[in-house]
Design a protein around this ligand. Structure first.
Ligand SMILES: [Zn+2]
Length: 290
């Protein structure tokens, strides 16, 4: 009955998904900021134990996870109240400044919230009120978190890539976006293709062009979408990477020797393949047949 209602009134469905996207985007901001810090603390503790060093400093023992402590203004430490935590709305209401000290709040926060909402609506528009929308939303949100963490830290945490890869393999049991054979081969070939490029590049230039996180990300995308989408995703990520890379060197005069993380390009390519991969493959095969 709910499905029928949602199909007869798609605007309610899309609005609902948009609002959900804003809230999830607000949570993704927390994940993007805190997960790398949590991982660094865990690694430091492990090193200290392995090397039998002095016990961790006081600050390292304070509870720090996705829920604790409450968000605070980095300048005046004023806790952010429930009303000020409303995604997007509160940023506009406060005109992008802290209500305590007036320090500018980074526009990155509302940007991530808005981006998450818009991409979520696009997913819901494409797949309608189906299980596919639920699964595709999960993948979309994971890709957003991975992209921004990679931009900030040149890191694609296993804590996200590996569970999402397993979920992709499991979903293939229900033929969600690919059958199981295609999904398993997608994971293996996704990993191996970038792994080979990496070692070839290293052999020829002596430099490391990307990280192991990139291999796992393409394995994840292969597991979700099947091996047939891998060529399109690799091609798309190179095209997106070239366009953004050249634009950044031209517009922002960014030093071309500074490595730009590859993860966001893979994520963008994967998301495009999630929504329009079949159309792209059909168009491509059409070209080949001519
Ligand atoms: Zn403040």
């Amino acid at each position: 009955m709910l499905g029928g209602l949602l199909e007869s009134a798609p605007e309610f469905f899309l609005t609902g998904v948009g609002v959900l996207g804003l809230m999830v985007g607000s949570f993704l901001n927390v994940v993007i900021h805190r997960l790398p810090i949590m991982l660094e603390r865990a690694w430091r503790r492990e090193c200290q134990m392995l090397l039998a060093l002095e016990p961790a400093a006081e600050a390292d023992n304070v509870v720090y996870n996705l829920m604790t402590p409450r968000s605070r203004c980095p300048n005046c430490a004023k806790p952010i109240g429930a009303l000020e935590n409303l995604p997007l709305v509160s940023y506009v209401w406060l005109r992008g400044r802290c209500s305590g000290c007036g320090t500018r709040i980074s526009p990155r926060y509302p940007f991530v919230e808005l981006l998450t909402a818009l991409l979520s609506i696009a997913v819901a528009w494409q797949f309608g009120p189906t299980w596919q929308t639920g699964a595709a939303l999960l993948l979309t949100w994971s890709l957003i978190a991975l992209s921004f963490i990679d931009l900030d830290r040149q890191l694609l945490p296993d804590a996200i890539t590996l569970p999402v890869l397993w979920i992709g393999l499991l979903l293939s049991l229900f033929d969600m976006f690919a059958d199981s054979a295609s999904s398993i081969l997608g994971a293996v070939f996704g990993y191996l293709s970038l792994w080979s490029v990496y070692h070839l590049f290293k052999l020829v230039t002596g430099k490391e062009g990307m990280g192991y996180g990139d291999f796992k990300l393409l394995a994840l995308l292969g597991a979700w979408l099947g091996w047939g989408k891998l060529p399109a995703m690799i091609l798309l990520s190179s095209v997106v990477g070239a366009i953004i890379g050249i634009a950044m060197i031209l517009l922002m005069r960014r030093d071309h020797r500074v490595p730009i993380p590859f993860g966001p390009y893979l994520a963008i390519a994967g998301w495009i393949a999630l929504l329009w991969g079949d159309a792209i493959n059909t168009a491509y095969l059409g070209l080949v047949n001519i």
